[in-house]
Design a binder for this molecule. Structure first.
Ligand SMILES: Nc1nc2c(ncn2[C@@H]2O[C@H](COP(=O)(O)OP(=O)(O)OP(=O)(O)O)[C@@H](O)[C@H]2O)c(=O)[nH]1
Ligand SMILES: [Zn+2]
Length: 356
């Protein structure tokens, strides 16, 4: 069986980056999931399992984000003893990165090389606006096009009205209400999983991501919550990320239900996700306005007339603080890493028996 990698997004630009690694025993592949220190990939030969090359593992000690993750294009190598290894990861075009809950210093790539990121949020119970804003910030920072998918719209009386409301907090972002029960709205998502295109899904556990994957892929490829509930372990979340090819189309990349999503250093995302607030802030009389009662503050004026809600303003401030703290922490860690590296280097270079 040969698999057409172009349907998964392989193109001339990826081929050009891969070219220097092209050898009779190497081939390109896309990672569909990572678990237990190895990964499942799709190459032209179809689905394969591969372990990580030693060079990859030692690079990961310096930069954990460099390890392969779902959606990555990688250089696969076949060994005479039938082992298959991942030798390298091609540069990511987009990367959805979060800071793990609690340990904000630990970052994790949730999805690589997705063209669009769907923030999946149910209409019932009521959508959580702060969570949507947080995930939009992360999505804009990834480099991919965000969209909001409101699931379970069969449970709402007026899903179009809810979508319009969400549109107000999601500048430049399409908002689609869908239902996997009656199928409404799903056709609007088709273009995002057309041939060569990959749609990433993020959202809390139970938002309806697995059901969406099944509806888009046309088969029950992902276990939904109902199925997992009977496995007796009481676990409700998808434990692995998975890139799933869509028959006749591209792919969808599901991520596990996220509880705490730290923003990391997603400063590039926040100005777009909150484009309206950024524009307001730029209109303040003083360029260094802190929007805390200074004269001529456009933010204060907008809050006074209700053009900007207190809820959105407070969330913007919260997310901004979080990014600032994380950026400082990252800088401090980078400096400590650099110092440690220099120290090691100095020890290696110092001739034996010579004391400084
Ligand atoms: N009424 C209705 N229920 C839905 C719809 N989509 C999903 N559900 C239900 O919502 C629950 C959660 O759906 P899942 O698809 O498992 O949610 P998930 O986001 O994949 O959850 P995790 O795998 O834990 O991340 C299940 O009981 C589904 O049957 C929908 O369109 N309408
Ligand atoms: Zn101001």
């Amino acid at each position: 069986m040969t698999f057409d990698l172009a349907s998964l997004g392989w193109d001339a630009a990826y081929a050009a980056v891969f070219a220097p690694c092209a050898r009779p025993d190497t081939r390109p592949a896309r990672v569909t999931r990572v678990d237990r220190g190895a990964c499942t990939v799709i190459s032209r030969n179809g689905v394969e399992r591969a372990t990580f090359a030693g060079t990859l593992l030692s690079a990961a000690r310096r930069d954990p984000l460099s390890l392969p993750c779902a959606g990555d294009w990688v250089v696969l190598r076949a060994w005479p003893d039938r082992r298959t290894t991942v030798e390298g990861v091609l540069p990511r075009r987009t990367a959805l990165v979060r800071s793990a809950a609690g340990t904000t210093s630990h970052q994790q790539v949730l999805a690589a090389n997705v063209d669009a990121v769907a923030i999946v949020e149910p209409v019932d119970p009521e959508p959580d606006l702060a969570r949507i804003e947080r995930l939009l910030t992360l999505a804009w920072d990834s480099g991919a096009q965000p969209l909001v998918v409101l699931t379970k719209s069969d449970l709402a009386r007026d899903p179009a009205a809810i979508a319009a409301q969400i549109g107000l907090i999601a500048p430049k972002t399409p908002v689609h209400a869908v239902s996997t029960v009656d199928g409404r709205g799903l056709h609007r998502l088709r273009p995002f999983v057309g041939s060569g295109r990959t749609l990433g899904l993020v959202g809390r556990s139970g938002a309806g991501k697995s059901s969406l994957v099944n509806a888009l892929a046309g088969t029950a490829v992902m276990g939904t919550q109902e199925i997992r509930r009977v496995d007796g372990r009481g676990r409700h979340t998808t434990t692995y990320r998975a890139l799933i090819p869509i028959p006749g189309g591209g792919a969808v990349l599901d991520t596990p239900g996220l509880r705490g999503v730290g923003l990391g250093a997603a400063d590039a995302g926040i100005d777009t996700a909150f484009g309206d607030v950024a524009q307001l802030a730029a209109r303040c009389q003083f360029t260094d306005c802190r929007h805390q009662g200074e004269p001529g503050c456009a933010v204060a004026d907008a809050l006074a007339v209700g053009e900007l809600t207190n809820r959105r303003w407070e969330n913007w401030q919260r997310l901004h603080r979080e990014i600032a703290v994380e950026t400082r922490r990252n800088d401090a860690r980078r400096m400590a890493d650099d110092r440690a590296r220099w120290k090691r280097k100095a020890q290696v270079q110092r001739p034996r028996g010579v004391r400084p």
